[in-house]
Design a protein around this ligand. Structure first.
Ligand SMILES: [Zn+2]
Length: 378
């Protein structure tokens, strides 16, 4: 097994958690590094903290993958006088590449919000706030029989998955004809003579934003001077994409009991909640990290409860007024589970693609908040 290049890893992540899904204000994908570098060791962490960067360097990692991006707002200079600048300098000096998978990972299917939903046994989940749907194109290309597998292999990494199936394509045999005119440089045939060639019609689904790249690759690998290809916009309805999730527990549960179980499940140091402790809940909305802005979406969707982090006082008061329970399990508490999940996803994906790389998880990350609890007088 060979070591993957940095671009191979970015490609594997982009296929499952497309960077194009990220919110406009976000900055995801490769942040630092040479895409042609061979990667032998990877570290996964929630935050690009100085101690995480140091740990990745000390462990001879070539790549650090984090949820929160180190390079976020535009930088005017990279110097050791700021924490971000110092970390970027150290990473660059140690050939440590940086890659962020943030809101693309939050929004994507099987990303952080689906992971959180799975941890709390939510069924029949769907996005809480729909932000769009994939637009699909059918890309059809006519290829001489002998070159079919070469072209298919080059295009498949850019094909859209169908549900839980990837690498989907279809081919059928036929005959192509052409007559090279003066000035042509035909790969097959001669100028002024009509040719008949055994060809294959190769077709695959491509997400709209991947189409230009797929066509560039098609033109690069196809043997013909002028490959014939068609792009058909499709009306197939694709699953909605969006922020947060909403779903149902198998049966109604007392709010206080559910929150106590949640603290155990997420191993949170503290969980705060708004609502009647004895009230029954079943329909649950959630958003990892900071999702209090989705409170109205949760109310509109008929949720009994919104689980998120970073809840402010007036948001808690708004939940009281709206009669919806609001649970704050912390930004860290609702997101740290991404580390093990990304380690497992990358491990399996690299292995399936025939690549070898060691994957570590940062063991120096902790919730920055320390909670002191006194007697609860409610
Ligand atoms: Zn976050």
């Amino acid at each position: 097994m060979t070591n993957p290049k940095l671009s191979d890893i970015a490609g594997i992540i982009n296929k499952k958690y497309p960077f194009s899904l990220a919110e406009d204000w976000d900055n995801v994908g490769l942040q630092l590094g040479d895409p042609t570098t061979e990667i032998r060791r990877i570290m996964v962490a929630l935050d690009p903290l100085p101690q995480v960067i140091a740990s990745a360097i000390n462990n001879n990692c070539d790549l650090l993958i984090t949820h929160h991006p180190l390079i976020f707002s535009p930088l005017r200079q990279i110097t050791s006088s700021t924490s971000a600048g110092s970390s970027i300098l150290k990473a660059a000096q140690s050939n440590l590449a940086l890659l962020a998978m943030h809101t693309n990972y939050d929004i994507a299917q099987d990303g952080l919000n689906d992971l959180l939903a799975k941890h709390i046994a939510l069924g029949q989940t769907r996005p809480l706030k729909i932000t769009g749907r994939d637009e699909l194109t059918k890309l059809v290309v006519f290829v001489p029989q002998e070159q079919l597998e070469k072209v298919r292999t080059a295009l498949l990494p850019h094909a859209a998955s169908i549900g839980n199936y990837q690498d989907c394509s279809f081919s059928t045999a036929g005959e192509g004809t052409f007559l090279p005119l003066a000035g042509a440089q035909p790969a097959i045939g001669t100028i002024g003579k009509r040719e008949k060639v055994e060809e294959q019609r190769l077709e695959l689904l491509v997400r709209r934003e991947q189409l230009a790249k797929a066509i560039r690759i098609l033109l690069a690998v196809h043997p013909y001077e002028e490959p014939a290809f068609d792009c058909y916009p499709l009306l197939n309805e694709t699953p909605p994409k969006g922020l947060g999730r909403i779903g149902s527990l198998p049966e109604p549960v007392r709010l206080a009991d559910w929150v106590a179980d949640l603290a155990e499940t997420l191993k949170c140091t503290s969980v705060r909640f708004v609502g009647d402790p004895a009230g029954m809940i079943q329909k649950i909305a959630l958003c990892s990290g900071s999702g209090a802005s989705l409170l109205r979406d949760a109310v509109r969707a008929g949720a009994d409860l919104l689980l998120t982090g970073d809840i402010k006082y007036h948001e808690a008061r708004e939940a009281e007024a709206q009669g919806i329970a609001l649970v704050d399990a912390g930004h860290f508490g609702t997101e740290i589970l991404m580390v093990a999940a990304i380690r497992d996803f990358l491990g399996n994906s690299l292995n399936n693609a025939g690549y070898a790389a060691e994957i570590l998880t940062a063991d120096c990350e902790q919730d920055p908040f320390i909670t002191i609890t006194r007697h609860d007088n409610r």
